[in-house]
Design a protein around this ligand. Structure first.
Ligand code: ADP
Length: 695
């Protein structure tokens, strides 16, 4: 500087002074610049900017493009333990690393990032750097931004770095992480505890419920019957709660997961409806299934999750409805090549939900009000679990409701489709040929008509039905099939059936009666009134189509049924092998099987089972969770040894998980039932696997 000043003329110096004063007037004005030399003026300006930089928070430094230190603020000096800026100037990376005792990783990261900024001319912002030691021994963490410095011609001449100390934040993050891990571990052990307790509770409960049910069927005083009924009802509530808690525990532990596999959704929905039909019947509620004709049937999904969703929603619908109907709808709102967006909805004509509760009912332990809880029971977990399942399937759930009128819960779920979508239904060949009259005065008439989707299908509530049939005959358009509900309001269905049957000049239509579950005598008497086929309500769509087609084919072939007894075992007493190790459950299941007319032999373990299975049994009920060789392994072994006729094996498991079910089926079992077996389920299984075999 001195040299430059020496060679300048007086005029030059005056001009420079003036230029500086003009340019930096504000700064210098505040510094009282009068009578200062050029050198002093420049000193002032430099120290003005250096002061500003010194005060900046964080570490600010600037380097030449070769990474040599040019300037920095006080924080940087402190960090290096340097006394003045002079000591920083000229420091290379290596020197900085030595002075600052940087780690290898930090040195490499600083050098690479600086060179990258120099070479690319682009800033590198908010990089979290490897920690470096402070003079006081602590490790410091920095978040650094590096920005290129350009000359007037746009050439990179250096790099400015600004590093913010985030050490405290890092410590806080670490503490938070630890706290979170600790909370998660605590939650996990709570969930595991809950799962273990729930599981242990299920076993004795199963025994209590089974025994109480059997006792309840014994002849006894009315008052005792009522008390036993109360035990069963309370036991069922407790079991439902235990199951909900098990699911909640899984949900909280993040273990609620899906196991998708190809499934027949229509069949599944119908099975669930059948399971609940007894509860609905006990409250005199109509239970209807409406599976839209355009909704695909063969989808890929988690059967257990769907079962859980529908059981919860339908269970609530039945619980909160005193009269009217429950309807399950499956509708397709959009179908792509291999995906369908379906809406599964459960509608009821029950007490409804007030508008302000429509979203909160999905929260855990949330119920509409305590008076409902007292009256209807429940813990407010069902909808939480249902929602979790729906969301796990990438779906959404919502409810529409009007107090006093009813509610409808909707689950919109995308389902991948199986390749072999919707084979043509067996009903298809008849669809356009047959003329059908449905005599029903409930919503079911519409539902059945939709399922049949025939161009010539009429619905009548009853009174005018006989005239309609006569008129159709006169017009030479006679009805081929008449489907009639047994419980008509305005007319006696059996009487109407007899009239149609006895009408001489009527081309005999095939009459099908829809009956609630009833005695053999009632069914036989319906047959004597002229009904060719009796379908037990709730009649599910696919069941209706299959049964109607089969009946029609038989009717056409004039293979009239010989009024075969509808008792499930008309000829010989079925011989059942029950494999079960728990003595109480053994007793419960034996009594239940004996009650429906079976002869029961018990095997306690794999050895006994394998030595007994070939003894001419009609079916094996196999406990899945046996100690030692499991029921699944025994079933596989039987299938391996078996020669000739295949014995139906029905697995009985404590859990309703789809993977368990699939494992059982894969091992060669034919069906899987969940403990505790209920009498009605047992009957269904026997009809399916034993009566069928014997037919
Ligand atoms: P809960 O075990 O109490 O039934 P949920 O989670 O299944 O628990 O339901 C929460 C609450 O939502 C119920 O207590 C009830 O007040 C209300 N609710 C659920 N479904 C219905 C329905 N179909 N009709 C009327 N209220 C319902």
């Amino acid at each position: 500087m001195d040299k430059i000043i020496e060679v300048l003329s007086k005029t030059d110096l005056e001009n420079i002074t003036e230029a500086i004063l003009n340019r930096y007037q504000k700064i210098l004005g505040e510094l009282h610049s009068e009578n200062l030399s050029v050198e002093e003026l420049i000193e002032h300006i430099v120290s003005y900017y250096e002061d500003i930089i010194s005060c900046m928070p964080g570490n600010v430094y600037w380097l030449s493009k070769n990474g040599i230190g040019i300037g920095c603020n006080k924080n940087v000096l402190n960090m290096f333990g340097l006394k003045s800026l002079k000591e920083f100037k000229g420091l290379s990376f290596e020197a900085m690393a030595t002075v600052g005792k940087w780690t290898e990783a930090a040195t490499v990261s600083f050098e690479n990032d600086t060179l990258e900024v120099v070479n690319t001319g682009n800033a590198k912002l908010n990089v979290e750097e490897p920690p470096i030691p402070h003079t006081d021994g602590r490790l410091l963490y920095f978040l650094t931004s590096r920005v290129p410095l350009f000359d007037r011609f746009g050439k990179v001449i250096g790099v400015v770095g600004i590093s913010i100390d985030i050490t405290d934040r890092k410590h806080m993050e670490k503490e938070l992480r630890h706290a979170k891990e600790y909370a998660e571990a605590a939650n996990k052990s709570k969930s595991e505890f809950l799962a273990a307790v729930s599981h242990e509770l299920r076993i004795p409960l199963t025994g209590i419920l089974g025994m109480a049910r059997i006792l309840g069927d014994e002849p006894m005083q009315e008052a005792h019957h009522k008390q036993i009924n109360d035990i069963v009802t309370s036991g069922e509530h407790l079991l439902a709660l235990v199951n909900d808690l098990l699911d909640l525990a899984k949900l909280e532990a993040g273990k609620l997961e899906l196991h998708s596999s190809p499934l027949d959704l229509r069949k599944l929905v119908e099975e669930i409806a059948t399971m609940l039909s007894f509860q609905a019947k006990a409250k005199n509620l109509e239970l209807l299934v409406n599976y839209a004709i355009d909704a695909p049937q063969m989808v890929i999904g988690d059967a257990r999750a769907i079962r859980q969703i529908l059981l919860n929603l339908m269970g609530n619908a039945i619980k909160f409805t005193e009269r009217g109907h429950i309807r399950i709808n499956v509708d397709c709102i959009q179908q792509e090549q291999l995906k369908a967006h379906l809406i599964l909805s459960v509608e009821d004509s029950g007490i409804g939900i007030p508008p302000e509760k429509l979203t909160t009912v999905f929260e855990r332990f949330n119920q509409v009000d305590s008076s409902r809880t007292r009256r209807y029971g429940g813990a407010g977990l069902g909808l939480t679990i249902t929602k979790a399942y729906v969301e796990l399937m990438s779906g959404k759930i919502w409810v529409e409701s009007e107090v006093g009128k009813g509610s409808c819960f909707y689950c919109q779920i995308p389902f991948p489709l199986q390749d072999m979508i919707n084979r043509p239904s067996i009903w298809d060949p008849y669809r356009s040929q047959l003329r059908i009259l449905i005599i029903d005065d409930t919503l079911r008439g519409d539902v059945i008509a939709k399922q049949l989707s025939c161009p010539f299908c009429h619905i009548n509530p009853g009174e005018q039905a006989f005239n309609m049939i006569l008129t159709a005959q006169q017009k030479h358009e006679p009805y081929h099939i008449i489907i009639m509900d047994q419980q008509l309001q305005s007319i006696d269905a059996m009487e109407l059936g007899r009239r149609i049957h006895q009408q001489r000049n009527l081309q005999a239509p095939m009459m099908v009666l829809l009956m609630p579950p009833s005695t053999v005598e009632a069914r036989n008497s319906a047959k004597q009134s002229g009904f060719f086929e009796i379908l037990i309500k709730p009649v599910h769509p696919s069941e209706l189509l299959v049964n109607l087609t089969a009946a029609w084919e038989r009717w056409e072939d004039k293979h009239r049924a010989t009024n075969k007894s509808l008792s499930i075992f008309s000829d010989k007493q079925p011989n059942i092998l029950l494999v079960e190790d728990d003595p109480i459950i053994q007793k419960v299941h034996t009594m239940m099987l004996e009650k429906v007319g079976c002869k029961v032999n018990v095997a306690q373990n794999s050895q006994e089972t394998l030595s007994m299975y070939a003894g001419g049994f009609d079916a094996i009920f196999m406990d899945v969770g046996l100690p030692g060789m499991s029921g699944i392994e025994i079933a596989a072994e039987i299938r391996r040894r078996e020669q000739g006729q295949r014995i139906p094996i029905i697995g009985v498991t404590g859990y309703g998980y789809e993977e368990d079910r699939l494992n059982c089926l894969e091992a060669g079992m034919d069906d899987v039932a969940i403990k505790p077996l209920k009498p009605e389920e047992l009957t269904q299984l026997l009809i399916k696997w034993v009566a069928k075999e014997k037919a």
